[in-house]
Design a binder for this molecule. Sequence first.
Ligand SMILES: *Cc1c(COP(=O)(O)O)cnc(C)c1O
Length: 362
Amino acid sequence: MVPFFNLTKQYNTIKSEIDEATARVMKKGCFILGPEVAAFEKEFSEYIDTKYAIGVGSGTEALHIALLALSIGTGDEVITVPNTAVATVAAIELTGAHAVLCDVRADSLTIDANKLASAITRRTRAIIPVHLFGQSADLDPILELARKHKLFVVEDCAQAHGATYQGKRVGTYGDSAIFSFYPTKNLGAYGDGGAIVTNNAQLAKRMYLIRQYGWSERYTSHIKGINSRLDELQAAILRAKLRHLDEWNEARRKWAALYTKLLHTVTPPREMPYGKAVYHLYVIQSPRRDQLASHMKACGIATAIHYPVPIHLQPAYANLGYRVGDFPVADKLAGDILSLPLYPELSLDEVRVVASAVNGFA
Ligand SMILES: *Cc1c(COP(=O)(O)O)cnc(C)c1O
């Protein structure tokens, strides 16, 4: 049996650090926006290399707040991709703005800058490139288009903590960027959590206010806000885990490279030359995906599909007005992709077992 992820195994490797961190919080008795959140925000901003990091309740809320801080709302359009977590589009639509979708490249599976210009209208305010499966989108042409049309860029880094583009970490290129600390992400809490990063002091200030009722001090709301706070327990846990992130990402890269070397009957993921991917997921493609998935299940190996229904075919977002065939690359991917187990704590044996099960599918 190879499970799709194994968070207990990871906890056991860092048990003393996690237990010390949670005990510290319980002993202090401060649970919301205290010293652990402030320290994590500083450490995470240093890790990504931005001036500010703002800890919030989830990746979805991080994106919602990032867009609100840019005053994006009703009447505006925000461009993103159809093959992403529904959260990306949920956050756009929560502001009252509309999501406009742009197809992805067949090699990187990230936004196709060549198709971006035709998605821009006079209502467009921002572009959200999604660094899918741990690999950066090709940011240079996106940033250039954004400058030309005076659009904001908000990077969705929810699957790409530590990934690089042209030698710098993703999250440092846009006007702001968001991260999720959902437990299975490359940097995961033991509950929900998220962060927004930016170098813009004014934007950061608005984000701090929006995450807590628009307060800069109790009890005066300077702007309209929400409640989306990272809590002290999660922050203390994330501080302990952040120290391991680079070593975990390296382990993910090592297992991904081994899969790619061993697999010879399916299309492996392609690492683009412009950056270093951190393999949040290892996603292969096969024209007989469903049969392959059943075969893997019969071999005792868990697989998953990220994502079986692209955004433009989600019932909740029928309002966007798209149909099957509007995004040929994303449509094809939805039928072909399969995620194999990939996490730092896999063993060499497990990787071999998974690869030979894939190879054994005839
Ligand atoms: C996980 C994820 C999110 C949302 O994060 P939550 O913390 O679950 O709200 C947003 N975008 C992408 C690409 C994700 O993978």
